[in-house]
Ligand binder design. Structure first.
Ligand SMILES: *[C@@H]1O[C@H](CO)[C@@H](O)[C@H](O)[C@H]1NC(C)=O
Ligand SMILES: *[C@@H]1O[C@H](CO)[C@@H](O)[C@H](O)[C@H]1NC(C)=O
Length: 323
């Protein structure tokens, strides 16, 4: 605590400093408004109040590319419109909580990029506890990243881009059918040597197509089960459950903004955007009058769907795309 005598002195100095800063500041003058109303007038000044022209999507392509692997942007706009090839480098640590009994997966299954996430899937009887496994990547893994909240199992658009690759049609009634989805995505990806898929829900996660080909077990722990109380797969207000959910959200908060999830190395040269109006013209009329969060990939024509799949196949067949 400062003594009462020093307070008026401190206040005096603060006012003096603020006064000096204020007098040192020169107000910015606005450039004269351009008569033509152009977005960029002849003096090179941008008019940032101008809305993008109707139907243009360049701003959306740019904004999604600028938001990839960042948690908040992809929570706000959860219907993904971008698929990007990426690599998971050797040495990356990944986590798996065994949901179906104490077995280390050998075929396809899921991993999280944070243990706070995988712990929610560490389930078992109170007596036997649960199995939590840590893996290290031993060979570079080829993955595809679906942007948006692509692991939020909703039927309103967050799974559209995966449905397209797995089933060549949108299947909202299969939103919760994760086993069918991972099987069919891996089957599609096998043709191109893909090892997995990166998605996001409360944090980032990966679908791994073969647990023994590119990873080794670092540790396998028999832990006390978390006694989570779920209702329809969703966490309840039970205190213990809320605590674990909070830990997960806290770990995701490290990934909210740039640089986001840095364990996935994306190749931006292979980015495929559903806002690309030359690649996917059929979606343009569907977006007219809709707010951005209502944009969907559902409604794409079958010709455009084939074009996207051909483009992806070409890209991921190119060795240069992979590190
Ligand atoms: C998984 O990878 C291992 C090691 O490369 C291989 O022996 C095995 O056949 C693969 N499994 C499947 C289902 O492809
Ligand atoms: C926007 O796109 C819709 C559907 O493709 C079209 O009918 C409309 O004329 C377009 N508007 C402008 C200003 O280009």
């Amino acid at each position: 605590m400062p003594s009462t005598a020093t307070i008026p002195k401190a206040v005096f100095w603060i006012f003096l400093v603020i006064g000096q800063v204020l007098t040192a500041q020169v107000p910015l003058t606005l450039p004269p408004a351009s008569a033509s109303g152009d977005r960029c007038d002849l003096s090179g000044q941008w008019n940032l109040d101008e809305q993008p022209a109707t139907n243009v999507t360049g701003n959306l392509v740019f904004e999604t590319a600028n938001s990839l692997l960042q948690h908040w942007a992809n929570t706000r706009y959860r219907n993904g419109h971008t698929i990007v090839p990426g690599t998971i480098p050797v040495g990356t640590i990944l986590y798996h909580g065994a949901i179906m009994g104490p077995h280390i997966p050998t075929a396809l299954d899921w991993v999280a990029t944070e243990p706070d996430h995988s712990m929610l899937f560490c389930m078992g009887e109170v007596k036997s506890g649960c199995l939590h496994v840590t893996f290290v990547v031993t060979r570079p893994m080829k993955v595809l990243y679906f942007d948006g909240s692509s692991a939020a199992l909703f039927s309103e658009g967050s799974m559209d881009t995966q449905d397209l690759l797995a089933w060549s049609e949108m299947k909202p009634e299969w939103a919760l059918n994760e086993y069918q989805r991972i099987e069919d995505l891996c089957k599609w990806g096998q043709k191109y040597g893909l090892n997995g898929f990166v998605r996001m829900q409360m944090n980032f996660e990966m679908m791994i197509c073969n647990f023994t080909s590119h990873m080794e077990v670092v540790s396998s722990l028999n832990l006390e089960t978390l006694h989570l109380k779920l209702d329809n797969g969703q966490p309840t207000e039970d205190l213990n459950t809320m605590h674990s959910t909070f830990e997960l959200m806290n770990s995701a908060s490290w990934r909210e903004a740039y640089p986001g999830e840095t364990q996935v190395i994306l190749d931006y040269s292979g980015l495929v955007s559903f806002y690309d109006t030359a690649l996917v013209p059929s979606l343009a009329p569907r977006r007219v009058g809709l707010e951005r969060w209502d944009h969907r990939v559902a409604g794409i024509s079958s010709e455009d769907m084939e074009r996207v799949k051909d483009r992806l196949a070409q890209l991921i067949d190119t060795p240069a795309v992979w590190m």
